[in-house]
Write a protein that binds this ligand. Structure first.
Ligand SMILES: [Fe+2]
Length: 202
């Protein structure tokens, strides 16, 4: 680990926290779950840490999206939704000029790609494992927590896991099973009352 890298991550997270607290909290939760999954599937400690850091920054590009859209209490228009979808590319662009963090670009850039090619920004079917792990945790967290601009009903943990299983063409099911085990093994940490929310992973 290198000091410059950690300092940069702290600064970026602080800007995210100040810009949009909701996305900051979401990023912390996604990072915690992603790290646990990486551990559950026996990746090396270095890989676990990279995935943790990539997940912390996966939505950093949202600091480039107008705040009135990010914090809009109602459903987004299709134009607004298209703007929000730019955040994965914006995040990658931000990391491109921060050389110690460039290795995290695949995790950030591809976290909305889906295995059936229906994701964005490129519609890839072959997706780096880091981005696949973050995608599963991101979608799970979006379904089980409140998001300003989402009108969707908040789901229980079981319902969210079932949804991920139903989308077996989009999400890596080995990772969905790992997430299910992580949640069961860490009940006291993750199984909290989550009835204040509704989300979609944008
Ligand atoms: Fe995202």
């Amino acid at each position: 680990m290198n000091y410059g890298e950690d300092k940069l991550i702290s600064h970026l997270l602080l800007s995210l926290k100040n810009y949009n607290y909701e996305t900051y909290k979401h990023s912390l939760r996604v990072a915690k779950l992603s790290f646990k999954i990486a551990n559950m599937i026996h990746l090396s400690l270095n890989e676990q840490l990279s995935i943790y850091k990539g997940a912390l920054l996966h939505d950093i590009g949202k600091t480039m999206i107008p705040i009135n859209i990010l914090s809009k209490p109602d459903k987004l228009t299709s134009t607004e939704y298209d703007l929000v979808k730019l955040h994965s590319s914006c995040g990658a662009n931000m990391l491109e000029v921060l050389s110690p963090l460039m290795y995290l670009i695949p995790a950030v850039l591809y976290h909305h790609e889906r295995l059936d090619g229906s994701g964005y920004p490129y519609g890839l079917k072959f997706i780096p494992l880091s981005a696949q792990i973050i995608a599963v945790c991101d979608s799970f967290d979006a379904m089980t927590n409140k998001r300003s601009y989402s009108y969707k009903k908040v789901k229980s943990f079981d319902e969210a896991i079932q949804d991920l299983k139903d989308c077996n063409n989009k999400y890596n099911q080995m990772l969905v099973s790992a997430l299910e085990k992580v949640l069961k093994n860490n009940e006291s940490v993750f199984l909290r009352k989550n009835n204040e929310n509704n989300g979609i992973a944008i």
